[in-house]
Design a protein. Structure first.
Length: 442
């Protein structure tokens, strides 16, 4: 977030993001759990609908392990089944053009010839990476790191992380099989994310592993968040993929709307929330203000925003976490965690003041959505000026991902399969649609 005087610019409040392995504190997690949801075991997230069976054909790919063979077969079955929705008659790739990194390391580089140029696709190219190369002479070629990247995904996002990766890469395969369209790198990547989200929904409906369990949806979301661009990176860069918020939004749109919606990105590109650092000082400090300054700016601004969502006074219903808890989250994650905790607290006060339900999953999702309404106004540069010194706040690089991360670190959310996906979706809806998306009118 940018912190700026109405008469001039001050320091910037930006978020340092650490998903996997970031520090946490039991007291902070407990506070977030209470703010997120009061979970009844009988009210767990619903399992996917009963599956419709579909034939999936396995094939041999030199050097590929059983998991890769399975996931490639699954995603090709998806496109054979569903490709007609976007005018595609999917053509399975030549097995001889599918290369795990370990195979490339053993046989050496393979050629990719395009017009008058010949490229060498090497094992080094796939280090912690996956690549789809359009090689007109040899055929579309897919490479993936089956050594370091797959081990990382399997360790942190069991089964679902690698399945999501393969589904994303096959989104690029489909882009290459369709009529050529000029896209920015960012749009190309997010359309592939969208196609991968549509695959996830199809896999649930057909009983295709690992998406027979709603836990896999959560792990897929977390793996996408982990693969976001570095905070402050340019959305127009040659390797831009998007921040976590935009990449998850694309995947969830594919899940909700299907492949035709994803193909429509070519006609109407989705909004981009990724931002660059604007000053060397901002980049050097990672954008974080000291905790005391961050709290002094966030609390009155968030309070004023949420009071504006209801005609009923909310002050008597507000129960904020203690400063020690907020400070711990600030140190462990960053300023966005402070905003998330405060926002969820004030969202709960709005529910209480408005005589709404506050217990259970629907109420928790509404609180997450209402938190998104704060981000909606922040993105529009329309947050209230509520501080005594006239300082206002605006979003800056990393803020959206920070807030998502703070939610996905909650044990109460993680303990309920499917709830990570739904909580992030609720924040996204509030961020994009504002109060109307949360069942309220500003």
């Amino acid at each position: 977030m940018n912190a700026a005087k109405t008469c001039g610019r001050l320091l910037l409040l930006t978020i340092w993001l650490a998903l996997a392995g970031c520090a946490s504190d039991d007291a902070a997690n407990s506070a977030l759990d209470e703010l997120v949801a009061s979970m009844d075991p009988a009210e767990r997230m619903a399992d996917p609908e009963p599956a419709t069976s579909i034939d999936i054909t396995m094939r041999e790919i030199a050097g590929a392990d059983a998991d890769a063979l399975t996931q490639i077969a699954n995603v090709e079955a998806f496109w054979i089944d569903i490709g007609s929705e976007i005018g595609l008659t999917y053509e399975p790739l030549d097995s001889a053009r599918l290369f795990p990194r370990s195979t490339l390391a053993a046989i050496g580089p393979v050629s990719c010839t395009a017009s008058d140029q010949s490229l060498e696709l090497t094992a080094e190219l796939t280090s912690f990476n996956a690549v789809v190369a359009n090689c007109p002479q040899e055929g579309i070629t897919v490479l993936w790191d089956d050594i370091d990247l797959k081990a990382f995904l399997d360790r942190n996002f069991p089964e679902a992380g690698f399945a999501q990766l393969i589904a994303h890469e096959w989104g690029h395969v489909v882009q290459n099989q369709l009529e050529a369209v000029e896209r920015s790198t960012l749009l190309e990547e997010q359309q592939a994310d969208c196609y991968a989200g549509a695959y996830m929904r199809w896999a649930e409906s057909t009983g295709t592993e690992p998406f027979t369990n709603p836990r896999a949806r959560d792990l897929a979301v977390l793996s996408i968040l982990e693969s976001r661009d570095q905070v402050g990176a340019s959305p127009t860069g040659p390797n831009a993929h998007g921040n976590g918020f935009d990449r998850i939004r694309a995947a969830q749109e594919g899940y909700d709307e299907g492949v035709a919606f994803c193909a429509g990105y070519d006609d109407a590109a989705p909004p981009v929330t990724q931002m660059e650092f604007t000053t060397e000082g901002e980049a050097a400090m990672g954008g974080n203000l000291p905790f005391d300054r961050a709290l002094a700016l966030l609390d009155p601004t968030i309070s004023a925003h949420f009071q504006g969502l209801t005609d009923e006074p909310i002050d008597s219903f507000v129960q904020l976490p203690g400063e020690a808890v907020l400070s711990q989250q600030h140190a462990a994650i960053g300023d966005g965690a402070v905003a998330a905790l405060l926002g969820l607290s004030y969202a709960g006060a709005v529910q209480l003041a408005s005589d709404m339900d506050t217990a259970g999953v629907p109420a928790a999702l509404q609180r997450a959505c209402l938190l998104g309404t704060f981000l909606n106004r922040a993105l529009a540069g329309d947050l209230p000026v509520a501080t005594a010194d006239g300082t206002s706040l605006r979003l800056s690089p990393g803020d959206l991902d920070e807030i998502i991360t703070s939610l996905t670190n909650s044990p109460a959310v993680l303990a309920n399969p499917g709830l990570v996906f739904e909580m992030v979706s609720a924040v996204r809806i509030g961020t994009i649609d504002g109060p109307d998306g949360c069942g309220m009118t500003a």
